[in-house]
Design a protein around this ligand. Structure first.
Ligand SMILES: CC(C)(COP(=O)(O)OP(=O)(O)OC[C@H]1O[C@@H](n2cnc3c(N)ncnc32)[C@H](O)[C@@H]1OP(=O)(O)O)[C@@H](O)C(=O)NCCC(=O)NCCS
Length: 165
């Protein structure tokens, strides 16, 4: 269901972001106009790889239906990472996000030998919280003023899943 994002995916991902611009606006930081272009996505991919972020495409019958990123990887000591994900609104409620999170967990705890994966959702983002609950994440608590969304610093609920749980 997931595979690493490739440079040749840039236009398909940009088009998906354009189609979901209004859907994602209340849930994500503000993106500059270039973000919604193939060139912008190509640049983003290069930067992600430089920073050791692992971006994956979520596939639906061969087409890209969303993305899931594993970022903030600390390989030693904490052995931890953070995930962020989204799925095309038109393909919601078909288990794509739940399945993609399960696959990234298997990769993180398996190949990368991480110990702990963290995720954060807006306090009222119940669909995303459900995705995490279904993947046996536990709720840590509310992180006040955690991320700037649509121009305002918003509170988020933090979740974690520990290897072996
Ligand atoms: C949250 C999101 C990733 C869910 O993706 P999805 O592929 O629809 O998720 P799933 O199909 O795996 O569904 C997971 C659960 O959420 C529920 N759900 C999904 N969309 C929902 C909605 N709009 N309202 C209520 N419940 C919803 C599903 O019913 C399912 O629960 P269930 O099995 O108990 O019925 C997707 O809606 C999205 O990308 N939202 C915008 C970006 C975002 O919020 N990203 C996460 C940031 S933390």
């Amino acid at each position: 269901m997931i595979r690493p994002v490739r440079p040749e995916d840039a236009e398909e991902i940009a088009a998906l972001y354009r189609a979901n611009r209004q859907f994602l606006a209340p849930l994500e930081p503000v993106h500059p106009p270039a973000f919604f272009t193939a060139d912008g996505q190509l640049l983003r991919l290069r930067r992600q790889l430089e920073r050791d972020t692992r971006p994956f495409a979520i596939l639906d019958d061969g087409a890209i239906a969303g993305t899931i990123n594993l970022f903030g990887i600390v390989p030693e000591g904490l052995q931890s990472g953070v995930i962020g994900y989204w799925v095309d609104r038109a393909r919601n409620r078909r288990g794509l996000a739940t399945g993609a999170v399960a696959e990234v967990l298997a990769y993180a705890f398996g190949e990368l030998e991480l110990h702990r994966i963290e995720a954060a959702t807006l306090v009222d983002n119940l669909p995303s919280q459900r995705v995490l609950e279904k993947n046996r994440f536990e709720r840590i608590g509310v992180a006040r003023s955690y991320l700037r969304i649509n121009g305002a610093w918003r509170d988020f609920v933090l979740f974690q899943r520990v290897a072996g749980d």
